[in-house]
Design a protein around this ligand. Sequence first.
Ligand code: GMT
Length: 381
Amino acid sequence: MNIAIVCYPTFGGSGVVATELAKGLARRDHNVHMLSYSRPARLETFETNISYHEVNMMTYPLFEYPPYDLALANQMANMIDYENIDVLHVHYAIPHATSAYLAKQIIGEEAKSIPLITTLHGTDITIVGSDPSYKNVVDFSINQSDGVTAVSEYLRNETYERFDIRKDIEVIPNFIDLDRFKKSNKEHFKKAICPNDEKVVVHVSNFREVKRVPEVVTIFKKILDGGIDAKLLLVGDGPDRQKAEQKCREYGICDKVRFLGKQDQVEEVLSIADLFLIPSGNETFGLAALEAMSCSVPVISSDIGGLPELIKHDETGYLCELDDVECMADYGIKILSDEDEFERLSKNARKRAEEYEITKVVSQYEAYYEKLREELKAKVS
Ligand code: GMT
């Protein structure tokens, strides 16, 4: 098939999922065309069967807000025309689903048999999409999609609750490349970071408010107070970084905390981790947690959103009530002070991650594409 995939290019989860899906489909001999406003972060090297198209945008002094949605729709319409697209798959509803709808309208009759699939990821539903300034458009665009997928049961239910959706929503979870995300020997790195063989606690995110990064620092401080000699590695960057740095200064633990910034090879950091913290205020799936689990790292998270669908309490890590930093610190101390406990959770975490192995999930998407193509063909003829 010739498949167009539209996504955000940044370090956020939807862009990662879209790009890894593109790679998985390309390995199965599909031709994938990726469309975004800059090169997606996970599209690091040349990939046979993947072409990347950057959205061209003309700016003009009149435009305080250049209309990206229109430039995207315009380019999608060109792509449908020139690349013989069989499937149009957009990730994150805003504005991608709307632009794709418009592109199909521009092409008209010939595009009717091309399924437009919208994958819902998170804040496109829970925060941004349900804001009154976008809600009508999101409602309309989801209902105009030929297929809709959500990354968890939780997100599927939230979508039905918040919007007036008249479509079946298929749950297709996030997935993981088990060969890339596995514990590997990074002794030199561990020695450089932890010369006294301290335990390593890791958090990875885009440092937005929803990720509760200052809370990560508070939990870590409590772990130190519990008598654990440890280092905290914070991977990523974003709006709450300064608040987190401020917390480190306030607690006087700056020498124990390293801000590593955005990293391409997260699996190297995860390879030396003993514990992963994700105390998010909401999380529709928790791809960062899955990456940690795949590297055999136990995870402590808030019991919220889609996280309990992935993380099994007392099996692959622990779930605590939202904002219960005491609970998270106590479980952290338990894991970091008891080797057997760590080994048990670590093995189970990897095993659980294996259920989300990339080829299984790519097959799910492939089957979904085929099903929709058949349905549309029957409808059009
Ligand atoms: O909603 C966001 O924060 C952004 C979004 C994205 O597009 O980067 O992340 C979401 O999608 C990921 C991939 O499906 C999920 O693993 C994340 O849990 C989800 N983030 C949130 O719900 C906060």
